[in-house]
Design a protein. Sequence first.
Length: 414
Amino acid sequence: MFDSLNIPTDGQKVQFLNGKAQDTPNPIIGFIEGDGIGPDIWSATQNVLDEAVRIAYDSNKQIKWVEIFAGEKAHKKTGEWLPQQTTDFIKEFGLAIKGPLATPIGGGIRSLNVALRKQLDLYACFRPCRWFTGVPAPVVEPQNVNMTIFRENTEDIYAGAEWEAGSEASKEFIALAKKHGKILRDGSAIGLKPMSEFGSKRLIKKAIEYAIEKKLPTVTLVHKGNIMKFTEGSFMEWGYELAKEEFGAQTISEKELWDNHNGVAPAGKIVIRDRIADNMFQQALLRPAEYSVLALPNLNGDYMSDALAAQVGGLGIAPGANFGDNRALFEATHGTAPKYSGMDKVNPGSLILSGVIMLEYLGWTEAADLIEAGLEKAIQDKQVTYDFERLMTGATLLKCSEFGNEIIKNMKSA
């Protein structure tokens, strides 16, 4: 199946126990360079990850990289945008990391990112948003933003169930809606918004488990259930049900908190609460310190993750991961920026920090901590790429590769 891939014979497949990756000395991990600026940021990222592991563990641990293909490089090599071999590899070996991928225009896969998530059932999009000291930010107190987003990845309007205006399918749905008392304008394009109890609960379960593991005070269910009562409203209700049924000893609802405890959470209890999506955007700006973990349906999560990233400096240093059961894909959260392709120019921070999440997922926290500290020191020293340099006074402009080298220098001197 993988004869054309250069799989190291001295590497090991990552093993999982109860959904947790087990410590593996020489894990086999796939990488997809990505399109546009992908090769530039991947080169810097790989150097940083490998050096962090070497510094932290000497020769006791080493990532065994295997290149797998998606996007333009895959299309040139195989004629396919997303070869079956790539998804088969991730299913078999469990872990991969990727740069940004272009989406073909006018045909082919609607979105390579969405296709990967759906084909691999990577149902939980994980986006931690926090400020690194010194990063130029548009808000006065970016240090108050420290939220982790769990976004449902496989349902909602991203499920791709939509039909063009005037198509036979859209006409049929309009007629069916009228039959059931819902008047839709003739000639409308139609999109469906499927949201299931199963899909919602498994996403929210991930969020609560994370809050328990990290000893965080709240999990907030973000929804638009005041209007979309049977989809997003159900997302909220299913979340409260799950918390009570599976985590009753560790959680308390906000209603019970005020009804029985005067708003003061009992020791060790995580508060489960909900916020209407539009209000949550306001809360994120006005009272961000009151929020720690957010669980959201797909579209709300897409908006919220980018909005929070903007508050702490932008997508250039916003990491991301997509988790399924016994598999994970770590990724840059920004686009391909083709006008900068091959210029060794852009900030590799998003992919580097996604690599940090991957190291933490493996249990390699020492290496992960080295990278975060090294990156933050580079920013504090104003040794940065163009996106930050133009917003800082007295900063030194570095290339993409040089920024990676600056992180490595800081790790060695730590």
